[in-house]
Write a protein that binds this ligand. Sequence first.
Ligand SMILES: Cc1ncc(COP(=O)(O)O)c(C=O)c1O
Length: 360
Amino acid sequence: MSRVYNFSAGPAVLPEEVLKEAAAEMLDYKGSGMSVMEMSHRSKVFDDIIGEAEADLRDLMKIPDNYKVLFLQGGASQQFAMIPMNLMKNKVADYIVTGQWAKKAYQEAQKYGKANKIASSEDKTFSYIPDCSDLPVSEDADYVYICENNTIYGTKFKTLPNTKGKTLVADVSSCFLSEPVDVSKYGIIYGGVQKNIGPAGMVIVIIREDLITEDVLEGTPTMLTYKTHSDAKSLYNTPNCYCIYMCGKVFKWLKKQGGLEAMKEYNEKKAAILYDFLDQSRMFRGTVEKADRSLMNVPFVTGDAELDAKFVKEAKAAGFENLKGHRSVGGMRASIYNAMPIEGVQKLVEFMKKFEEENL
Ligand SMILES: Cc1ncc(COP(=O)(O)O)c(C=O)c1O
């Protein structure tokens, strides 16, 4: 067996230890005589799995008691509609558009009410985070929306926007659990788990209790109402049981690594290896404003599309997978989520140095 260094933006690398544990438990989970994939979501065994997963996540993120944790299906994209359907009481919301995912959320919200684009960085191909200290937040906005880490462009909000008292809603899909967060600053934090936490097919929604009501937009399906899932503790219908189990294992792994403070330190160290190299390279360069650089997604280019393609091809042959940039940007992108070991980044930089020497 040989494993590659997988720099995919998602689905992405998972901790090897977690994969091995899951493999060992595949046929017989803790004496149940069956796999977690085969058991009832109403069973005591599964109840313990989901209960422990939630408790560990609450512990890791220090989630206050007045927030609910929901394990839902439909991915992060389902939230683009679910958020306005549940929160747009005044039918007004403000969006800060810093990339394709924020743009998609903004466009979806327009179906349900007045979505205002109050800031954008599209003028420079989303290569920076706009100043959000004094934005024209709408008087009657039900919420202000951000995508906190922009997976495709590699930017991250280092300071949260001044929402002037309005509820902040954040998509944290690509920075979930990469560093500590103050949950109390948000109305909703949500993210697809397939980048930093587990297998694809699930979104975790952390939502303040007062935002969970029956007063949703007319026609909102039962399955798209937060109250349905909150009342049923994420077991209204059959949830993504195996994904919840895998996420639970990753939460335990994160606790073992020292929690989110330790992950932040590790992630900063890892990202610095790559960014420091890019800043002195004569061939490669990063594509975003230094102050707004993401710790998780690092896009870079040579400036020559043919050379980029050659690099991606040779890197793949050397065991560095999924380095091709998003189709809308081109170039390269290394996603270095929590589970990417520091050796992976060190070896990638060694490979880049060698490629530079050979091709300059
Ligand atoms: C920031 C962000 N939001 C949303 C999505 C969409 O997630 P999903 O495929 O789970 O709908 C992605 C990537 O897939 C993403 O990177």
